[in-house]
Design a protein around this ligand. Structure first.
Ligand code: SAH
Ligand code: DHB
Ligand code: MG
Length: 225
């Protein structure tokens, strides 16, 4: 169920969509190669998922975006490019080295004036943002440690307004999330997250399948009025 996704047709279709809709982009390529050269894991969103995040942010008319889990800033650049000139993106990262690579990448992509990378455990940063009333955000993208997802959802709702879009990466995990008692703690936590967005009185939600090395998914929620 959670083995690597090796459906050849699905991968070919993903590559077809990427060829059609994701333009060659040396800046974005450079974010990935610079991240790899610095030893960061290659777990950024895929190009198609990056384009999806970008389109969703523009469709939502997002001026203020919150990202939880920066890595080298690949998804950050896709999202920041959806912002208007006076927009703002706050991205939370626990690892100093990741944050440093991301800051360099954001500068090279000329979006650093729009983005603040906040270093520290995300739950702690989120609590101080709630206390400071550093809100609301128009779009919130959750993509950090999977065990944290249920807590990040609660914090995200405190930083949201009616109409805020909440997205989360890796919510299928090769199908492992279908078993709420899965041996993998990450799968169990994400399974709880999925149950929460499915039943939360303040949210309307769905999961879109995402084709990666394994079968995965992006959850989409909107905060009700
Ligand atoms: N959004 C990125 C990928 C993020 S990978 C992209 O698609 O390009 C997940 C990131 O979350 C890693 O950089 C990891 O260091 C960070 N992370 C893990 N636990 C965290 C925590 N408790 N608080 C903040 N960031 C965390
Ligand atoms: C992995 C992929 C991700 O998108 C992520 O945020 C964390 C981990 C992975 O494949 O291990
Ligand atoms: Mg991810």
């Amino acid at each position: 169920m959670s083995e690597r996704f090796d459906d050849t047709l699905a991968r070919q279709v993903d590559a077809y969509v990427e060829r059609l809709f994701v333009r060659a982009d040396p800046d974005l390529d450079n974010v990935l190669s610079a991240s790899a050269a610095s030893g960061l894991p290659s777990i950024s969103v895929s190009p198609n998922e990056g384009k999806l995040l970008h389109l969703l942010a523009r469709m939502a008319g997002a001026h203020r975006i919150l990202e939880i889990g920066t890595l080298g800033g690949y998804s950050t650049v896709w999202l920041a490019r959806a912002l208007p000139p006076d927009g703002r993106l706050v991205t939370l990262e626990i690892d100093e080295r990741h944050a440093e690579v991301a800051r360099r990448n954001l500068a090279r992509c000329a979006v650093d004036h729009l983005v603040e990378v906040r270093l520290g455990p995300a739950m702690q940063t989120l609590r101080s943002m709630v206390a400071d009333r550093d809100a609301p955000f128009d779009l919130i993208f959750i993509d950090a440690d999977k065990e944290g997802y249920p807590g990040y959802l609660e914090a995200a709702l405190e930083l949201a307004r009616p109409g805020t879009v909440v997205l989360a990466d890796n919510v299928i995990r090769g199908g492992a999330v279908m078993d709420p008692a899965n041996a993998d703690a990450m799968a169990r936590a994400v399974s709880r997250f999925n149950q929460a967005i499915a039943t939360h009185p303040r949210l309307d939600s769905l999961i879109l399948p995402i084709i990666r090395e394994r079968f995965d998914g992006l959850s989409l929620s909107i905060v009700r009025t």
